[in-house]
Write a protein that binds this ligand. Structure first.
Ligand SMILES: O=C[C@H](O)COP(=O)(O)O
Ligand SMILES: CC(=O)C(=O)O
Length: 214
């Protein structure tokens, strides 16, 4: 299915979006290179750590093949940070009315998180029809996405939370799922050890299991 919504198109091209929690900004560039080498180019660098924004900036500066977004964007200030560092998109696990208003004005693709039909309606009312279902598996996973698809056929989802290599293909088989997100691509121990070969291998295997990038 082709997309005329640029945010949905960006995610459909990505297929798999690793959710990255980086504690040491020095590991950001080799990590991004390993993921890109494994065919996973679209990266969500979360603001959950002190190093998050610096890590994203380093990847933006040194890994031009990567498509870099900021994640865990919780406030208008976080969104402004994403815009200022030149991130391609921003993700939130949820949304507030203030954040949705700021995002509508910010001019950067923004993917709000939703967990209920009412939250999806609030996002769509402000023009955000591409959303993150979070935490996806805990909310009912594939069954929840099918159920939401009936009243909201125009909504597109990037389910995140509780998804791994084994589940990703089944999620991506749904017509309203444009990409899946998750932390499974970068186990904390491998990141800490700098095991780039293991991270590259898992990225390659995961991408192959979903038929490659969109
Ligand atoms: O904190 C949760 C991550 O954003 C995604 O969830 P996950 O670790 O289950 O993949
Ligand atoms: C989970 C998520 O979407 C985030 O932290 O941005």
């Amino acid at each position: 299915m082709s997309e005329n919504n640029p945010t949905a198109a960006l995610l459909r091209a990505a297929r798999i979006v690793p959710v990255l929690t980086i504690h040491d900004a020095a590991s950001a560039v080799p990590l991004a290179r390993a993921l890109v080498a494994g065919g996973v180019r679209t990266l969500e660098v979360t603001l959950r750590t002190e190093a998050g924004a610096r890590a994203a900036e380093a990847i933006l500066a040194e890994v031009p093949e990567a498509v870099v977004g900021l994640g865990t964007v919780l406030t208008a200030r976080d969104l402004d940070l994403a815009r200022r560092i030149g991130a391609t998109f921003a993700f939130s696990p949820g949304a507030t009315p203030e954040l949705l208003d700021a995002a509508a004005a910010a001019g950067i693709p923004f993917v709000p998180g939703i967990a209920t039909a009412s939250e999806l309606m609030a996002a769509m009312a402000r023009g955000f029809s591409t959303v993150k279902l979070f935490p996806a598996a805990q909310l009912g996973g594939i069954g929840a996405l099918k159920a939401l698809g009936a009243p909201f056929p125009e909504a597109r989802f990037c389910p995140t939370g509780g998804i791994g290599e084994k589940e990703a293909p089944d999620y991506l088989a749904l017509s309203n799922v444009v990409a899946v997100g998750g932390s499974w691509l970068v186990p904390a121990a491998e990141l800490k050890a700098g095991d780039w070969a293991a991270i590259e291998g898992r990225a390659r295997r995961s991408m192959a299991s979903v038929g490659g990038p969109g």
